[in-house]
Design a binder for this molecule. Sequence first.
Ligand SMILES: [Zn+2]
Length: 131
Amino acid sequence: MTDKIICEKCGCEMTDRSSGDSICVECPQCGWGWATTTYDPSLDDNTAYELWLLPGNAQSKENLQIIAKISHTNFLQAKKLLDCSTPVKLYPFDDSSSNTLSRVSEIRCIAKTLSSAAICFYIVPDFPYNY
Ligand SMILES: [Zn+2]
């Protein structure tokens, strides 16, 4: 952090005593300040999110490659998924092997890939994080 932080109360330059994951800023003059911990709430989220592929996506070679990779299947199976007229669950593809603790980061990663390829999907329940 290189920007100066000015105290809201007295206008004095505040002291940044942040270290590692915690942010601690204090005004040397009036003592006003705050301390907080920067942490990613998604790390604590063990919601069993599911990612579904919506029907009607283009069956381009690129899309087939992406779907095959995400669903750990081959092109033929990926084509079937893209062909489906109803939503298809893409993640977790196999319920028995899924670990809910890693779902947020995996879904984030998959959702990012899908959205950058303009492939339509949805996540249930509502996914509150950016991807
Ligand atoms: Zn102050």
